[in-house]
Each structure stands twice: as structure tokens, then as C-alpha cells.
Write a protein of this length. Sequence first.
Length: 196
Amino acid sequence: MTDWMLSAVPTYGPWLVALVTFLSCVGVPVPASMLMLAAGGFAAAGDLEVWQVAFAALLGAGVGDQTAYWAARKGGAPLVDRIATGAREQLLDRARAQVAARGTLAVFLTRWLISPLAPYANLIAGASRMRWLPFASAAVAGELVWVGVYVGAGYTFGDNLEAATEFAGSIVGFLAAGAIAAALGWWLWHLAKRGE
């Protein structure tokens, strides 16, 4: 399936990118990150427009996030329980723990840092009735990072998909280190304020 999708990128371009990122965000196991890398590479070669690829990826991801959130908000815990079978049960448990501990920060981080949890974080946020505006803001911010890193890496490295994959992994690692440093700094600042 991955080979077919990659070969279809020049033909279907942004439409395929939007569809695949949508499916990814509602929990269908599709290679969305790999497809964004490839689409970025095709944009670098002049076969696609990079802004259209990035916009399509953001649109698909945003609609997917909202679809999962609202489905779980309407269906509640019974819907989540029906989905919780096999490996999905473990992912839902991990997403539940992340959302319970970190709230909207978990939504933001699951878009790009711990992305296998993203669709499940959407469901948990909806079922737990997380307020929509904080959820949507965190989801969009996270999707901007995800799309920017993968489409940008594909565009930067053109036809070298292996180098683009390594670069995207390095950028995600760098961003994760920055997020951890910022969180640690924030925590230390609050500790110092309490001590005054």
C-alpha cells in the first residue's frame, strides 16, 4: 500500500496528502509522515506546489482531529470502550494517561513527538469533554510542527527520502529537547517564585 501511495503522489498530490493525513488522525494506520516527506520532495522537483502540499496536510489533519474529537465527545466513554481492542487498548491507555497528566500539552505533543498516540488523544480529549478551544488550539499548533517538519524535510532533501527521514527525526528530537528544557525552566521558575 505504501508503494502505491508514494507512486500516486505526483498524480493526486494535495488531495492524496489531505486524505491520508485525515485518515491518520482518525486512527487508520497509513504512512502519513512518509507521504508528506515524499510530497515535499515532489514539490522540490517542481511537480507540486509546496504551499498546496502543506495546506492540504494541515487541512486533512485538522479535519481528522476534529472528527475524532467530536465523535468521542458525542459517543463518550462507550464509543472509546468499543474501540479499545487489542493493541488499540494499550494506545488508548497511554493516551488517557498523557491527557490526564498533561491536558492540552499532551494534545500538542502527540501531534508530532509521540504521534502514534495522536488519534487516541483526540478520542480521550473528546470523551473526557476537554474544552474545544484549548483542544483545537493545541492540536493545530502541534499539526503545524508535524507538517512543517515533514513537508519541509521532504522539500529540503528533494529526492533523497532516506536523508529527509533522518533529518525529520533529528528535528523532532531537537524540538523535543527544547520542549523539555522549556518545561524544566518553567518548573524551576515556579519553584523559585514559591520560595520567595
